[in-house]
Design a protein around this ligand. Structure first.
Ligand SMILES: *[C@@H]1O[C@H](CO)[C@@H](O)[C@H](O)[C@H]1NC(C)=O
Length: 435
């Protein structure tokens, strides 16, 4: 005890000086943090250079206490003073701790604000009532040519305006691919690429002059492709598509059980990260509605409103090469590669639509549901359109035979009906499957 007191006496003048310096540092730090959060764009101008001055100031002050000028005597002195002060004076220690906590909170808040600024761009004033629009068209990524030069070469040849249709196929679905290619050729879509998952498919493409791409044989994910079931191949596609987007291309992913009747690129809006066809069969189910659930035991509050929408079809969607689109692919691929086993279409939709909540940060991707009569599923066609004189006259862009197991005969019937005008071509089929 005596020794401690003696030491304190001996150093009291130095301690007071040290205290002053410590307080000055803490004030400087706090001021820097507050400065940065109050004026994230700088006090004197709005240019980016001044944006982080406050934080930099705070950081440089902090660094004096840690590593930056290790050799300086002054710093060493300050350090030992600070150590003395914070071990000997509980009150001051608490103050320093409080200030440090406040500083950390201020810095954290400031960091978030910066992130926001980076994503959203220059801040701007909100316009008048009714004129304000949030961002839905995100910037496209900087193309990275090194990701896959061989694929890039193919894309340069096949894509039109940096867009193309991409279809994955193995020999299990060869007959449907054949039917699809017939429709593609009939309407003359040039930017159509088959990812051939086995030799039979690449052979078919060669013979028929269809652009195709084969993956490197040593790719680990491709072992799935060769023998894979439909669902395994579905998971694979999210991984393969990533490179297309990284190379700066927009992709219209297509299943094989789809007949093309018009060029889809004439009917894409290109204003969203994800534009997808719907499994919905009327306006409500396709575009969303308020489904009221009823719990009579709650009396006055018996009605609970719920938001519903039929899933997006993960067999036909258009992705712009944006960060949210790539993040979507990564999130889906990651979840499909881990237990529990999941259906890729369910995962695709959950990632797209569920919001952030405690313990979960959601994807923030903009999305657009495609016109359900232009990008038509087979439930719409067989339950509604073929029975309606007016709707029968509409020519869809595509028909996806997603609702029916007898896909090939229905694909052929769709072509008979829309290409060859055979009015009764769709009649032999039941609305749903017979089981
Ligand atoms: C369904 O939605 C389309 C597209 O918004 C619209 O043009 C049409 O009038 C709607 N039909 C009905 C029955 O509400």
């Amino acid at each position: 005890m005596a020794g401690l007191v003696g030491r304190r006496d001996k150093n009291s003048a130095q301690s007071i000086r040290g205290l002053r310096i410590a307080v000055a540092i803490v004030i400087g730090i706090l001021f820097g943090g507050i400065f940065a959060s109050l004026y994230p764009h700088g006090l004197f101008s709005s240019n980016h250079a001044s944006q982080f001055q406050g934080r930099r100031l705070a950081k440089s002050i902090l660094q004096i206490g840690s590593t930056s000028c290790e050799s300086s005597e002054l710093v060493n002195m300050l350090k030992s003073d600070l150590a003395d002060l914070s071990t000997k004076n509980d009150d001051l220690k608490k103050q320093v701790r409080d200030l440090t906590n406040k500083l950390m909170a201020a810095e954290q808040k400031n960091g978030n604000a910066e992130k926001q600024v980076v994503v959203v761009g220059e801040p701007q004033k909100a316009g008048a009532f009714g004129t304000v629009k949030g961002i839905r068209t995100n910037p496209i990524v900087l193309a990275d040519d090194t990701v896959n030069p061989r694929l890039l070469k193919i894309l340069k040849k096949v894509a039109v305006k940096n867009e193309l249709i991409v279809v994955l196929a193995n020999s299990n679905v060869k007959s449907m691919l054949e039917a699809q290619v017939t429709s593609i050729k009939k309407i003359g879509i040039p930017n159509y690429l088959v990812v051939a998952l086995d030799n039979e498919i690449s052979g078919f493409c060669k013979e028929n002059d269809v652009p195709f791409y084969t993956r490197d044989p040593d790719e680990e994910i491709d072992s799935v492709a060769k023998t894979g079931s439909n669902h395994a191949v579905s998971g694979l596609k999210f991984r393969i598509l990533r490179e297309f987007l990284q190379l700066g291309y927009s992709v219209l992913l297509s299943d094989v059980d789809i007949v093309y009747l018009q060029n889809p690129f004439d009917h894409i809006y290109r204003d969203s990260d994800v534009e997808s066809m719907s499994d919905g069969h009327d306006n409500m189910t396709a575009y969303g509605y308020n489904d009221v659930s009823d719990d009579p035991s709650m009396g006055w509050a018996r009605y609970a409103h719920t938001m519903r929408i039929w899933v997006y079809n993960s067999g036909f969607f258009y992705l712009r090469p944006t960060l949210p689109a790539i993040e979507l692919l990564d999130r889906v691929a990651d979840r499909l590669s881990h237990p529990p086993p999941a259906w890729d279409q369910a995962v695709f939709n959950e990632e797209l639509f569920f919001p952030s909540y405690p313990g979960y940060i959601a994807l923030h991707a903009s999305k657009r549901t495609m016109d359900r009569y232009m990008f038509m599923n087979s439930k719409t066609l067989f339950k509604q359109v073929r029975k309606d004189g007016n709707l029968k006259k509409l020519k869809p862009v595509i028909v996806h035979l997603n609702y029916h197991p007898d896909k090939l005969p229905r694909m052929k019937a769709v072509m008979e009906f829309y290409f060859n005008g055979k009015q009764d071509a769709l009649e032999p089929f039941p609305d749903g499957s017979d089981w």
